[in-house]
Design a protein around this ligand. Structure first.
Ligand SMILES: [Zn+2]
Length: 480
């Protein structure tokens, strides 16, 4: 029987179970599992318990709530416990392939007073949209995997793969403990995983589904310039000493031009050239400059052309100036000369930029620029943190299965997208499990994750369950 034939009764069951699915999401949303709010930490644990109960009911096995110990500082409560990582399996058949799915059960903070139209922790369906904190990020997709299991059980359609689930409760707060767990379990709990699927991002817009195959990395730097022993008065010292801020601005002003061009020699030479196949991908993507302007809330785009915008967001590096610590930043007209200032900037990295080589180029260039000033102030440039970019092959078996699934459910080929930001855990899964990672989003670009009135369209939720389930079937049907 073809995959499409197999899926028919399953899709029917998914439609029948729709009220159950919404109810399950409603219960999940009602638990305010805000990882960034220490006072709500017990509710994050409650959410893990809810998952355990649901997974047990659905026949999952080897369910483990992995204790991650105490949360490291900075914390208000030094004995604050990290929420557990929920691990579970469904199916255990050595003749089938094994797919690991990842999601997170914690959410961003939300208060009605922030401007929500409805109570953020009461899922409410209005005009085909399910409003509530976590509806799209990421409780909807997490429930999606559970719903997919339920639909198989109810319809009697055989589950096509062995499913390994990994749901964390600290994603919105830096994924503390997850990387170590993946490293530790690569050859244990996660042994034998053939592919990884993460459903925790969004369509580019609202019209076409997407599959995501790349993320930019980020190297974050600071430049410290120190001069006088204390802040000084410009009426007394202005014009007769080397001012740290003047030095800093001079150096920071030479990093990037106003058209976004990085001025550090050697950086653009590291960027992988655009291939014809890649060029074709961008040609097909549905996007225009108006979407960028509306997202930015201004008419300030550097590029007007779709391809240029998306390539500069996804596959070329960018350098942003973020701020100056120690500088006068309030209202009014203070006549201070800051004694010590620290400028912050970061570079979003892409293939094939080597992080360590980039650091060297950055340090060398900035040191040269500072030397030209012939300033007696002390100066230091350093890396604060870095995270590598991630890129996958969007034509491999994992992506092909997701492409077929999306096409079957939505009736269109998904756009192949990358993102300008980072999801560090994607790379960790790829590197530690030596497998292909796929980002398969459920929600739309206008869902408002992290924002007020977060929502997930009911159709995206239901079709999302169908897409996740079909993906498993198409992937499972391939050769092992
Ligand atoms: Zn998320």
């Amino acid at each position: 029987m073809s995959v499409e034939e197999t899926l028919k009764p399953l899709f029917k069951e998914i439609e029948t179970l729709k009220p159950n699915f919404i109810e399950r999401l409603k219960t999940a949303v009602s638990i305010p599992s805000v990882s960034g709010d220490e006072s709500l930490r017990p509710r994050v644990f409650e959410m893990a318990d809810f998952l355990k109960r649901e997974l047990t009911k659905l026949g999952a096995h080897d369910i483990q709530l992995r204790d991650l110990g105490i949360q490291p500082p900075p914390v208000n409560d030094p004995s604050l416990k990290l929420p557990p990582i929920v691990l579970a399996r469904y199916g255990d058949d050595s003749s089938k392939k094994t797919v690991l799915v990842y999601g997170h059960y914690d959410v961003q903070p939300a208060l009605k007073e922030d401007g929500w139209s409805t109570d953020p922790f009461t899922l409410k369906e209005i005009d085909g949209k399910l409003y509530g904190r976590g509806s799209t990020d990421d409780k909807g997709p997490v429930m999606g995997w559970l719903n997919a299991i339920e639909a198989h059980r109810q319809s009697g359609v055989e589950f096509p793969v062995n499913l390994v689930m990994c749901f964390e409760g600290m994603e919105e707060s830096g994924s503390l403990g997850l990387e170590e767990l993946i490293q530790k379990e690569a050859k244990k709990y996660f042994n034998g995983v053939d592919a990884v699927c993460i459903s925790d991002n969004y369509w580019l817009g609202t019209k076409k589904p997407v599959l995501t195959y790349g993320l930019r990395g980020c190297n974050y730097y600071q430049i410290k310039v120190q001069g006088p022993g204390a802040d000084l008065h410009s009426g007394v010292f202005g014009g007769i000493i080397h001012e740290p801020m003047t030095d800093l601005i001079s150096v920071m002003g030479k990093l990037v031009d106003s058209k976004g061009k990085i001025l550090i020699p050697g950086v653009s030479e590291m960027v992988a050239p655009v291939t014809d196949k890649e060029d074709e991908i961008y040609e097909k993507i549905e996007f225009d400059v108006d979407e960028l302007n509306s997202a930015a809330g201004s008419d300030t785009a550097i590029y007007q052309d779709k391809k240029q915008i998306l390539m500069h967001r996804w596959r070329f590096p960018s350098l942003s100036l973020h701020g100056i610590e120690g500088a006068f930043s309030g209202g009014g007209a203070k006549t201070v000369i800051p004694a010590k200032v620290t400028g912050k900037f970061s570079i979003r990295t892409v293939p094939d930029m080597d992080s360590a080589k980039l650091d060297k180029l950055v340090f060398k260039y900035i040191e040269e620029q500072f030397a030209k000033l012939k300033s007696p102030n002390t100066f230091k440039v350093e890396l604060i943190h870095d995270g590598n970019y991630w890129i996958s092959d969007p034509f491999n078996e994992n992506f092909t299965a997701a492409k077929k699934a999306t096409k079957l459910v939505w009736g269109v080929e998904p756009d192949l997208t990358r993102e300008g930001g980072s999801i560090p855990i994607t790379l960790t899964f790829q590197d530690e499990l030596h497998t292909s990672v796929l980002l398969l989003p459920m929600g739309m670009g206008d869902d408002g994750a992290h924002s007020i009135n977060e929502k997930l369209n009911t159709s995206n939720y239901v079709n999302g369950v169908k897409t996740l389930a079909s993906y498993l079937h198409y992937y499972g049907a391939g050769e092992k």
